[in-house]
Ligand binder design. Structure first.
Ligand code: HEC
Length: 126
């Protein structure tokens, strides 16, 4: 009897929760560990603020990670760019060096680089 009751309550809860609240596909990302990865690997090209003004220059130029061109892309799209790299550019594939989790963490950090107006923090975690 008790089991039946609990089941009914669970069903009621599941029915009431919206799809957005059931965020199962995207577990909490570790922005702090993403920041460490960014400063160790990505900063030398993308620069401390992610604006593409790091010490190393390339043609085509390093992407400005704070720009709408980058921030406007979906997470899955950016994941692919970091995972597989960008053909014929200096942006290499990081799938060997980083686990999928690490790529998601560094992308969570990249999202903090977006200007405040675009929902980011402007300059990452300082
Ligand atoms: C050797 C230099 C270099 C390093 C290191 C580097 N990048 Fe890039 N990255 C680039 C360049 C160049 C581009 C622009 C590619 C293009 O023209 O599409 C770019 C583009 C990007 C983009 C935009 C992709 C898109 O789809 O628009 C993201 C996001 C990005 N890098 C993230 C990272 C992250 C995260 C790291 C560290 C794991 C990293 N990059 C390391 C050079 C680098």
């Amino acid at each position: 009897m008790r089991v039946v009751l609990v089941g009914a309550v669970l069903l009621a809860l599941a029915g009431g929760a919206s799809l957005k609240e059931l965020n199962v596909s995207q577990p909490e990302r570790d922005v702090l560990s993403g920041r460490v990865i960014f400063s160790t690997i990505c900063l030398r090209c993308h620069g401390i603020d992610g604006k593409g003004d790091g010490p190393m220059k390339f043609t085509p130029p390093v992407a400005d990670l704070t720009s709408p061109a980058v921030q406007g892309k979906l997470d899955a799209r950016l994941f692919k760019s970091v995972h597989d790299g960008k053909k014929n550019t200096a942006m290499g594939a990081w799938r060997e060096a980083l686990t999928d989790d690490e790529i998601w963490d560094v992308l969570a950090y990249v999202r903090t680089l977006a200007p405040e107006a675009a929902g980011g923090m402007g300059s990452g975690l300082r």
